[in-house]
Ligand binder design. Structure first.
Ligand SMILES: [Zn+2]
Length: 325
């Protein structure tokens, strides 16, 4: 990571509000507006052969809810089945219709993404795919809303492909938000399913110990290199300019990094004090998330801000690169 010169002090409330409006800060007001406009239970076509069904699980960090994607024509793949909510499952199955499901793909094992995979598999018999469950010793480190039980039928490593022709999905391992996070690329259409790594409504929370900022920035670079035409995140609307969005998210993180370095140089070292200094006007219920992000930046600064550093935690690895078709 670049360690830039200090940005020159505290940002204004207005600047933080501008970041909210631009989707660079989580905002309950923006989430509320998205929820107001949401079309729960309906399937929307967002690209040729790609339907989106929005789950009604809106929270501060999920925007209007989780997007489940249904990908294909005569047969379909499901990306991020979402929370185990009967109404959402019914909506997904309505959108699938009589078409066979050839695979259920999970971006990562936060509770708003993977739990419905079990219900969907029970109903359809489809195989499940993902990076792999986190080990119990890693799970013991966090109180995040993790789905501890999801273990895919088939583990995917970076670059593994499933499907063929028009509907060939490539897994991209993108740790940073979460160790077992995968994005999925449908190269034939220039589509990137970005999970939580890059969202359409807000920047992503990166909170240690499972979140890792060095990994997050490296994974951003990996996604940018794909030069996707359209990005389909698990939260928020589709992104018509994926490269621009990725660059904006990176610039936002670097801006925060500069601000925190500036705080340290001015003797402001306590996490609470740094949050009060740079997250001016932040709604109180997002303060814990802001503290987590500050800790992620401090962790990187303490390590010398070296990009390319391996994560400090052991990450489960796939057994063998077998998931190709
Ligand atoms: Zn997540």
């Amino acid at each position: 990571m670049r360690v830039a010169a200090p940005s020159g002090g505290t940002r204004s409330v207005q600047q933080n509000k501008t970041d909210e409006l631009n989707g660079l800060m989580p905002s309950p007001a923006v989430a509320q507006r998205l929820r107001h406009d949401a079309r729960y239970g309906l399937a929307e076509q967002v690209a040729p052969g790609v339907l989106r069904v929005l789950a009604d699980n809106a929270k501060d960090y999920t925007g209007a809810g989780t997007n489940t994607y249904i990908v294909g024509d005569d047969s379909v793949m499901i990306i991020d089945p979402g929370p185990d909510c009967p109404a959402h499952m019914a909506a997904v199955m309505r959108a699938v219709g009589t078409r066979p499901i050839t695979g259920i793909f999970v971006t990562h094992t936060h509770q708003d993404h993977s739990p419905a995979a079990r219900a969907l598999k029970a109903v359809t018999g489809a195989r499940t795919y993902g990076f792999g469950a986190l080990s119990p010793d890693i799970l013991a480190l966090t109180d995040e809303d993790v789905d501890p039980d999801f273990e895919p039928d088939e583990r995917l490593a970076d670059g593994h492909c499933v499907g063929d022709g028009m509907w060939r999905l490539t897994a991209l391992h993108t740790p940073g938000h979460f160790p077992n996070h995968l994005c999925y690329q449908l190269a034939h259409q220039g589509l990137l399913f970005s999970g939580d790594h890059v969202m359409g409504w807000s920047t992503t929370v990166v909170v240690p110990p499972l979140g890792n900022l060095a990994d997050y920035m490296m994974s951003l670079g990996k996604l940018e290199a794909e030069s996707a035409r359209l990005m389909l995140p698990s939260h928020g609307p589709e992104v018509a300019d994926p490269t621009g969005r990725i660059q904006a998210v990176r610039a936002h993180r670097l801006m925060r990094h500069d601000q925190i370095i500036d705080c340290l140089r001015r003797g402001i070292r306590d996490v609470d004090a740094i949050v009060a200094e740079i997250y001016v006007g932040l709604t109180p219920r997002l303060i814990d998330a802001a503290k987590g992000c500050v800790r992620a930046h401090l962790e990187l600064i303490e390590k010398g801000g070296a990009a390319g550093e391996k994560p400090a935690y052991p990450v489960s690895r796939p057994n063998a690169p077998s998931a190709t078709a």
